[in-house]
Design a protein around this ligand. Structure first.
Ligand code: ATP
Length: 353
């Protein structure tokens, strides 16, 4: 199997190196037979090839069995017409990665704002309010006059149904509770359609309890009783915001992993950005990307009936759980005095056993 690694911008290359060391350790210990291939994207690719995601890299991602996508400094990119394409959006739409699965849980020995929580935000990834992915042609944001800016939100029956199914399938492997988050009191048509689809899918999963919560109430409830939630399913932008909130409650953005997947492709991606404020200092926390790689192995293992991959995923998570408790090894965002490289090495060594 081939895993394509895309190191990205900002702290991307630093945390990718650490995550790659962990993947290599898992590959060796469990004999996974993974072939790791690295290609440049982001600002270095723009300089060399005139595009932040050259078309052959996107093609390569389609051919690969899995992809590791590091954070990107999209805010520094020129317009798409000058090669500044958002690689994250290109990969998500190009590979039809409709589900962005973002778990957030508290860990022993790691400071967190929430006393205890273990939830997963399942965020729709290919439509919603994201102007770069909700039109066949042109942008979902436009300016009819210099003083009037407009934005279009795309919600489809197919998009809602498949994200709901992904959430219910996940809930069946967890505590069998789904919370659908919406704003159907105001966005009656779009979020009305979303809720209609979720309720319809729910009828196929009678063992799973379904609750619905309005998004602003959800923002408060996550703080007030974070332990009350299992699987949260929602549209693109609400999911983006609520998963950052959940990540922060669980211990910080540096710990928060995710996988983007569709029916055929899986892409590991930390939920945080490229953190330009700490790039190049060797202090970025690589945990989120390391755990994302673990999620990718778990997803590949389930798809291909590979117990060795599931075991490797478990070993990655256990290694992180052990090493992240060590103040001398963990990174400064967690109050530690460690470095990206040293932490990556320690987790890789723990995976190697
Ligand atoms: P984006 O819009 O690209 O998601 P963002 O605005 O959410 O980016 P981030 O790049 O995620 O911003 O950074 C937000 C803050 O969190 C910054 O102060 C950054 O240094 C910190 N941060 C993010 N990721 C990490 C990490 N892996 N390790 C340590 N600190 C991090």
């Amino acid at each position: 199997m081939e895993i394509l690694i895309l190191p990205g911008d900002g702290i991307g290359p630093e945390i990718t190196q650490a995550a790659r060391a962990c993947l290599e350790a898992a590959n060796r210990r469990f004999g996974l037979g993974l072939d790791l291939v690295e290609r440049e994207i982001g600002l270095p690719a723009l300089e060399k090839h005139g595009s932040t995601i050259p078309s052959d890299v996107l093609e390569h991602a389609r051919r690969a069995d899995g992809v590791v996508l590091a954070p990107l400094s999209t805010f520094e990119y020129p317009p798409a017409s000058e090669g500044g394409i958002n690689p994250s959006a290109a990969v998500r739409t190009g590979l039809d990665l409709y589900a962005n699965v973002r778990p957030a849980w508290t860990r022993p020995g790691v400071p967190s704002l929430a006393p205890s929580m273990d939830l997963v935000v399942v965020r729709e990834n290919t439509e919603g309010f994201y102007a770069d992915r909700n039109m066949a042609l042109g942008s979902g944001e436009f300016m009819p006059t210099p003083d009037l800016a407009m934005s279009v939100r795309k919600i489809t029956r197919e998009g809602c149904t498949r994200i709901a199914r992904a959430a219910f399938e996940l809930a069946m492997r967890r505590r069998r509770k789904v919370t659908a988050v919406h704003k159907a009191n105001v966005l009656k048509v779009t979020d009305g359609l979303f809720l209609e689809c979720v309720r319809k899918v729910a009828t196929d999963y009678p063992q799973v309890t379904l609750d619905t919560v309005i998004v602003d109430a959800m923002a408060a409830l996550l703080v007030r009783k974070p332990g009350a939630f299992d699987v949260i399913v929602t549209t693109n932008m609400f999911g983006d915001i609520l998963s950052d909130e959940a990540a922060e409650l669980a211990g910080g953005l540096g710990l928060a992993p995710s996988i983007n997947h569709g029916d055929r492709h899986g892409v590991a991606q930390a939920i945080h950005g490229s953190a330009p404020d700490i790039a190049g200092q060797g202090i970025a926390n690589p945990t989120a990307l390391i755990l994302s790689v673990g999620m990718l192995l778990e997803w590949l293992g389930a798809r291909n009936d590979r117990n060795d991959m599931a075991a490797a995923a478990g070993a990655i998570r256990a290694a992180v759980d052990a090493v992240v408790q060590d103040d001398a090894v963990r990174t400064p965002d967690l109050g530690g005095s460690g470095t990206t490289e040293g932490y990556g090495r320690a987790v890789a060594a723990a995976i190697a056993g």
